[in-house]
Design a protein around this ligand. Sequence first.
Ligand code: SAM
Length: 276
Amino acid sequence: MLYLVGTPIGNMGDISERAVEVLSSADLIACEDTRRTGLLLSNLGIKGNLTSYHEHNKASKGNVLIQKLKEGLNVVQVSDAGMPCISDPGSDLVKLCIEEDIPVTCVPGPVAAITALVLSGLDTRYYHFEGFIPVDNKERKARIEALKRYNETVVIYEAPHRLLKTIDDLIEAGFSDCEAAFCRELTKKYEQVVRLKISEAKAYFTEVPPKGEFVICLKPVFEQKEEKELSEDEIESMARSLISEGCSTKQTAARLAELTGRNKKDMYSYVLNLIK
Ligand code: SAM
């Protein structure tokens, strides 16, 4: 069985009893950094059998772990901090296990994104987890632009040395007036939540250089263009033009279902009626 085990995001007191139990009885513990997890285990008085599993070896190491699991070993996967699979390796291993019919379970623990969200004071009912914004400039711009689509609270992970760059990029993309919560060093001694508009954050973090790990929660203020509902005449003319372009009944129905939000089967009968 594969166990995905959550570990603290800073405060060692946040390790759960079940996490300790599962780590103590594991045959093998796959972790990002053996030194870091070794330290966690030694704090807990556990002598674990560690092996590295990270972004750069996950393709080859995944197969080795699958082999061990097939031999009947209990394998634990942990991240450097927080939950595996959340902006961390793990999900590829879960996919492999599913493909190979290997049981997977999870011992949940803290997640920086959720800890920040609940402290942000922003809407917690609907939110979008973005994680890290890509470093590459072109991808970065595209992702930031895409964030304007969301009405929900947007949750971003950021390293301290990139925080000001991210604030600048958000300002450039028009996010200046968005309310935000900059949550740093969560669960640690110097935990802090700075609630400011993005434009104000630029001045604040220029004055107080960012230190520690950050989660940014944003309340977008972009007006969403309302999708106009198509009239029956427009649907019919759309259907006719798709058919005249050579689309099959099935293709036409699928496209109409996509455009109108209606059921594919209903659209199929609709197209059949239209062409008979
Ligand atoms: N797996 C982790 C989780 O469950 O939250 C996330 C790992 S991701 C590689 C690391 C990022 O998470 C950091 O760059 C930071 O944005 C955020 N993070 C992790 N611990 C944090 C903390 N104590 N305070 C604020 N942000 C934190």
